[in-house]
Ligand binder design. Structure first.
Ligand code: GLN
Length: 246
């Protein structure tokens, strides 16, 4: 079995350790004896819709997003074809914004999105930044997903399903309690960190989604995640404003 990862715009979209998500997916697959191949795909490259099990995009400043956005217009139909066929996708912050309908930046420029998520993003006056915890229903382990967010854009879902509900932090827009978006096996989220290092339950969920299209239901042998969950717990509690569910 082989896991084929596509890293979209690695040199443009990579904030707050986003590249670490690729490393986490690689290690967690390799520890289970699954071979991994990571292919960087960038400006002007073709994206083979059938060529990957999971596509990853990190976050980025507005300027880099502008460069990626022009290229994403050409790649949009390939991305959509891949996701419609069940390919998994993880997009963080700036990458997530570019997969919606559009992102209007703080300087008033409108960057067209790939239209994968029924959502749009517009910059607000204050940046939404800080530690964030969300609840994601689909996960097998009943633990929050934690991370760090720093975005000027506010995302409003227009029929897209959120990835989760905000426990604390701002999430999509700081007002409606939603965080991220989900369409088929594609996930968009504002959580940096890198996201998957502190959330092994989400990492394995994505690995299973990625592998199931070509290999059916895959049983991933459990790993010793005691350290990772200790970090998850410690960070969650450290920033918890009031007593919460966990
Ligand atoms: N430039 C975008 C914003 O400020 C995305 C930032 C990010 O990826 N952290 O909203």
């Amino acid at each position: 079995m082989k896991l084929r990862l596509c890293h979209l715009y690695p040199e443009l979209l990579n904030l707050y350790g986003d590249r670490g998500n690729i490393l986490v997916l690689c290690r967690r697959a390799e520890w289970r004896g699954i071979a991994v191949e990571v292919t960087p795909v960038s400006l002007g490259d073709k994206l083979d819709p059938q060529g990957y099990d999971l596509i990853f995009l990190g976050g980025g400043p507005d300027q880099e997003q502008g460069v990626a956005s022009a290229d994403l217009l050409a790649k949009g139909p390939w991305l959509k074809e891949a996701v419609e066929a069940g390919v998994a996708l993880l997009a963080i912050c700036g990458g997530y914004q570019l997969l919606g309908e559009y992102y209007r930046t703080g300087s008033g420029e409108t960057l067209p999105g790939a239209g994968l998520f029924a959502a749009y993003t517009e910059a607000g006056t204050r940046r939404l930044k800080g530690n964030i915890a969300i609840q994601v229903e689909e996960l097998e382990v009943d633990r929050p997903v934690i991370g760090f967010e720093n975005h000027g854009g506010r995302t409003f879902l227009q029929g897209a399903r959120p990835l989760g509900r905000v426990i604390y932090g701002d999430g999509n827009n700081g007002s409606d309690g939603t965080e991220g978006a989900r369409y088929k096996n594609a996930v968009g989220t504002y959580l940096h960190g890198p996201l998957l290092s502190k959330n092994p339950h989400l990492a394995d969920y994505l690995l299973r989604l990625a592998l199931q299209r070509r290999h059916g239901e895959v049983e991933l042998p459990p790993l010793d995640d005691s350290l990772e969950f200790a970090v998850n717990e410690a960070v969650y509690r450290r920033f918890l404003p009031t007593k919460g569910k966990w």
